[in-house]
Design a protein around this ligand. Structure first.
Ligand code: NAD
Length: 348
């Protein structure tokens, strides 16, 4: 808990900038004083929200009342805003993806002298992710050999800057950065190899989806997929262990864990298909398995900002570490490399 008050300015007051404004209103010891956005309509909206509308980034940086800046501009603008803010001695929360390349992010990290840089990897607080982590930590499924993580939609690439390469568009950077970060947080150990394919169903300029397979050094295979032309969604999470399986179907946390309770009883009633017979694929009889609810974990996203304030005050350890952010950016570069070469590439 912070024992001092923090005053924040938002640079880039679009959809996500406004999400932060609403969130901060519910957090003790933190307030938003004002915003800077290049669009006049957003500055007018800020005034309607009771905020000060700065006329330039320089005006924000020279305001001695501001001790924290949120950067929620399009991706290609992050680097310039973050470096200028850090050089002006302002702590920064930067939206994801922190940068378009790992080299850019290294430069941003190096600009931290008197102030600190935080990246908003907010989906570490998503309850579906925390619940799957809980399944792994409790070892509910025995040794886990495969995890599949997917986000599916059917709206194609959004019509804004996300469709432009020069603004850092595309789904690897947009959604990939979240689910790759979750994957690396979840599994201890190196990713030895990566194989990826990009999709261009709705446009030819940026990837509108991808599949990536991460081969961890412990043998675990992690499959990730972002799709924007999926009119039927596959489950958000599918986890396979030697002794059971788990599914988390959606963000509403519907799903279950199924575990073997009796390995010895192996009777199977063969399934007759139109053209044949199978015992191998016959469902298990109910007396050899148990079906359990998901061990749901709840979270409070306000803990993100509490950690930022605690870290700046010296009372907490930064949760989203910049070295972890850098590793994800490098993994995204390996994904682009693999897709371009159409082959598996070495990673760590
Ligand atoms: P948006 O287009 O709605 O908003 C971006 C705003 O930045 C616009 O109002 C634009 O006018 C302004 N802007 C552009 N250049 C600027 C500059 N040089 N200085 C000041 N303002 C400038 O986009 P968005 O959906 O809000 O996304 C913004 C950022 O937030 C992106 O990096 C995106 O990836 C990220 N984001 C994160 C999440 C999350 O869950 N963490 C969700 C959505 C978006």
């Amino acid at each position: 808990m912070a024992d001092r008050d923090f005053t924040m300015a938002i640079v880039g007051f679009g959809g996500m900038g406004n999400w932060h404004r609403e969130l901060v209103e519910t957090i003790d010891h933190l307030r938003v004083k004002g915003i800077y956005d290049i669009k006049e309509e957003r500055r007018i909206f800020a005034k309607e929200c009771g905020l000060y509308a700065y006329s330039s980034l320089e005006e924000v940086l020279s305001d001695s009342e501001i001790d924290l800046i949120l950067c929620a501009t399009p991706n290609d603008v992050h680097k310039e805003v973050v470096i200028k803010a850090l050089q002006a001695g302002k702590n920064v929360v930067c939206e994801k993806p922190a940068a378009i390349t790992s080299k850019d992010f290294e430069e941003m990290m190096a600009a931290q002298k008197t102030a600190r840089l935080f990246v908003h990897q907010n989906r570490r607080w998503d309850e579906d992710y925390l619940t799957v982590r809980n399944i792994l930590e409790q070892k509910m499924l025995g040794p886990v050999f495969k995890i599949e993580s997917r986000v599916h939609g059917s709206r194609g690439i959004p019509g804004d800057w996300r469709g432009c390469r020069e603004h850092g568009g595309g789904m690897v950077l947009d959604w990939g950065v979240h689910i790759l970060d979750q994957a690396l947080q979840m599994i201890d150990g190196k990713v030895k190899k990566v194989y990826a394919e990009l999709t261009n169903v709705t446009n030819e300029v940026v990837d509108d989806g991808f599949t990536a397979t991460l081969f961890f050094e412990n043998g675990l295979v992690f499959m990730l997929e972002v799709g924007t032309s999926n009119f039927i969604n596959l489950p958000r999470w599918y986890v396979l262990g030697r002794d059971g399986s788990a599914v988390v179907r959606d963000w509403d946390l519907s799903g279950e864990v199924v575990r073997v309770t009796n390995w010895d009883k192996n009777d199977a009633v063969p399934v007759k298909t139109a053209a044949g017979l199978t015992k191998t694929m016959a469902p298990r009889t109910e007396d050899t398995i148990c079906t359990e609810p998901l061990p749901v974990v709840h979270s409070d996203i306000r803990d993100y900002y509490r950690n930022v304030m605690g870290t700046i005050s010296g009372d907490a350890e930064q949760i989203v570490k910049n070295e972890e952010v850098l590793r994800v950016l490098k993994l995204m570069e390996a994904i682009f490399r693999s897709a371009e070469l159409n082959q598996t590439v070495d990673f760590e």
